[in-house]
Design a binder for this molecule. Structure first.
Ligand code: SF4
Length: 324
């Protein structure tokens, strides 16, 4: 028997700490419509940790970091997948679900890291360093993944590098992630020059100012931040690892050096923790809204397609990562 759908009114309780009641009517109609459309179309919504709370907590079926979304995408029991995230995430979902329709609500939801490198760049790196395996961050296009030996996320990059059992690897495209991983291993890491436009803006002086303004605050940083930021933080890890840290350690006051919505989404789960919120917004993630998720479901747009010759090789690099 199919149960009753939740309603926007009942869902508000979940997010009332981070969304003022006065703003809720602007979301309620789209939420009710999306919940009904999901059932009608047997659709599932995958949402990244950087999505806003009304998406993350009210309409998403699967939430998490890139690694969790990639893993869960393999087990989705739905005819249609809508990715509330950026384009490379939608491509990854399509790679792992070649027979399903995968939609991205706004084609302009890109990523500065994904844009920093092309397939031709990877081929040139291979020519320059013959025989050195290429580890590619999932924040890349399918065409770049197809030129790679294995993918990684910020959550498993160290384990992926170690699993190769070689003295040297090429790690693309995030320079800071590569340097932060290099600090934890004897494996020589050859980096590319890509940067996340959100995390590169944090500096060590920000942390010092925060500690002065909020004595005793626990500082968690994402490994896409510069190494000087990671060195000053109390802990560095993927968005999933940061969320896990808050759950396990229950710091009285915490700051997450990452994208803005992350703090809101974690704060909903931990009402007893005080979140200090300096953050940087990702303009690409913010292109996804309830309005365009609803349009995606109503009008079947925008369908993600990948050249089958590229998809086969890219899928191999992603699946290899999932078994590390
Ligand atoms: S936060 Fe950074 S890495 Fe993530 S999508 Fe935005 S630009 Fe790309």
């Amino acid at each position: 028997m199919i149960g009753a759908l939740p309603t926007a009114a009942s869902l508000y309780e979940r997010v009332r700490r981070v969304i003022p009641r006065v703003e809720w009517p602007a979301f309620a109609d789209d939420i009710d419509a999306i919940l009904a459309l999901k059932r009608e179309r047997n659709a599932a919504i995958l949402a990244h940790n950087y999505q806003t709370p009304e998406i993350f907590h009210c309409v998403a079926d699967i939430v998490g970091d890139s690694l969790a979304l990639a893993r869960e995408a393999m087990t989705v029991d739905a005819d249609l997948i809508v990715v509330a995230g950026v384009h490379f995430m939608a491509e990854t979902a399509k790679l792992l679900n070649p027979d399903k329709i995968v939609l991205i609500p706004d084609l302009r939801a890109g990523c500065s890291l994904a844009d920093s490198i092309t397939a031709e760049d990877v081929r040139l790196m291979r020519q320059r360093y013959p025989g050195v395996p290429v580890v590619t961050y999932v924040n890349t296009s399918a065409a770049v993944k197809a030129e790679s030996d294995i993918c990684c996320t910020s959550g498993n990059a160290l384990a992926v590098v170690k699993s190769l059992k070689v003295p040297r690897v090429i790690m693309l495209p995030d320079e800071y992630l590569a340097r932060n991983i290099a600090a934890q291993t004897k494996v020589e890491i050859i980096a590319w020059k890509g940067r996340c436009e959100v995390h590169e803006r944090f500096g060590p002086a920000d942390i010092r100012e925060l500690r002065e303004a909020h004595p005793g605050v626990t500082v968690l940083a994402h490994p896409e931040c510069p190494p000087e930021v990671v060195a000053e933080a109390d802990f560095a890890g993927s968005t999933a690892a940061m969320s896990d840290y808050v759950g396990r350690h229950k710091p009285a006051r915490v700051v997450l050096m990452t994208e803005c919505s992350m703090s809101d989404n974690v704060a909903v789960e931990h009402p007893d923790v005080d979140f200090v919120r300096p953050c940087n917004l990702c303009p690409h993630m913010k292109r996804i809204t309830l309005g365009n998720i609803r349009s995606a479901l109503e009008e079947n747009r925008h369908i993600v397609t990948i050249d089958p010759r590229v998809a086969e090789r890219a899928r191999w690099a992603v699946e290899r990562m999932l078994f590390v």
